[in-house]
Design a protein around this ligand. Structure first.
Ligand code: GRF
Length: 201
């Protein structure tokens, strides 16, 4: 009988509505004991973020990051909560380099395009989808990647493709990509957690 390891403790950092937070939490809950991770903390740079309201509804502790650039404060928060894996989900601040270095391999992000194209500083939200459409791309999608000290430049972990259809607006494409995110991110968190739980910290 292999000892069931307790699920990895996940902190989600989010600046916005938190639909990816919701998708990840719902998916892991649905796995029951097979879930290899559990969201135990939600942190946001915005006190009014929908992600914090979702956390409250799910009885997950929520914290406002008053100084998102303060690496030591973020590190203290993560270690106080015995975090094993950091998941950025619509987090718009650059994570301090000391954190991305210390958490290398255990901090991930989702980007609403097929990196390495259409990524980098300033490429977020509708701007991404407008750029994809303007470039005449026939497909787009979502990318889960490791986080390093440059926006959207970490190693790619997983991608899910969607079609760009004639007549697409940034809004219609964003909605199609978001659906892909909600499918891709939870599964990627689960598979990465399984992998990490096999490797000693
Ligand atoms: C998503 O489009 C994600 O790709 C990007 O920010 C958005 C987050 O949305 N990083 P939500 O807050 O998870 O609903």
């Amino acid at each position: 009988m292999t000892a069931l390891r307790s699920p990895l403790r996940v902190a989600v950092l989010a600046s916005g509505g938190g639909s990816n937070l919701q998708a990840i939490t719902d998916y892991l809950d649905g796995l029951g004991d097979a879930g290899a991770a559990r969201v135990v903390l939600v942190a946001s740079d915005r006190a009014g973020a929908g992600a914090l309201q979702r956390a409250a509804r799910m009885n997950v502790p929520g914290v406002v990051l008053s100084q998102p650039t303060d690496g030591p404060a973020l590190e203290a928060l993560l270690s106080a909560n015995r975090i094993d894996l950091v998941v950025l989900a619509g987090y718009l601040k650059l994570v301090p380099a000391e954190i991305t270095r210390r958490w290398a391999g255990r901090i991930i992000n989702i980007h609403p395009a097929l990196l390495p194209k259409f990524g980098g500083a300033g490429m977020y939200g509708k701007r991404v989808h407008a750029a994809v459409i303007a470039a005449g791309e026939t497909e787009s999608g979502a990318t889960v990647h490791q986080v390093n000290d440059e926006f959207d430049r970490g190693a790619i972990i997983a991608q899910e493709r969607v079609a760009v259809v004639p007549g697409d607006t940034p809004e219609t494409l964003a909605a199609r990509v978001l659906e892909a995110e909600h499918s891709l991110y939870p599964r990627t968190v689960q598979s990465l957690a399984l992998e990490l739980s096999r490797t000693p910290r």
